[in-house]
Design a protein around this ligand. Structure first.
Ligand SMILES: [Zn+2]
Ligand SMILES: [Zn+2]
Length: 102
């Protein structure tokens, strides 16, 4: 559970979370677990195979369907949310694949 805070910061729409949390104080842990189960074995953007996290494309942490979970490494995840914030986007959406021409 060491990445708990990270996903908490980025992938929670706090309005939805507050409403839900009032009724189910443990609910977030359940949803976190559900999203972890859908993780792929490498980052869908850069291909890194370590420090993987579940990125909720629609930013609704309760929506743990295959279509809504993008596997991102910690670094891509952080980067993508920072870019979205800088562009004043409330929802980061899906991160594209990083292609490096060698
Ligand atoms: Zn990555
Ligand atoms: Zn995310």
């Amino acid at each position: 559970m060491d990445d708990l805070n990270f996903n908490f910061d980025f992938d929670i729409n706090f309005n939805i979370f507050d409403e839900y949390h009032k009724r189910h104080p443990d609910g977030w842990y359940k949803f976190h677990y559900e999203s972890r189960k859908l993780l792929k074995d490498k980052c869908e953007s850069c291909g890194y195979e370590d420090e993987l996290q579940a990125h909720h494309i629609d930013q609704n942490y309760m929506n743990n369907t295959v279509e809504n979970i993008q596997t991102l490494c910690k670094y891509c995840h952080q980067f993508w949310h920072k870019v979205a914030k800088r562009l004043n986007k409330d929802i980061a959406g899906k991160m594209p694949v990083i292609v490096i021409n060698s």
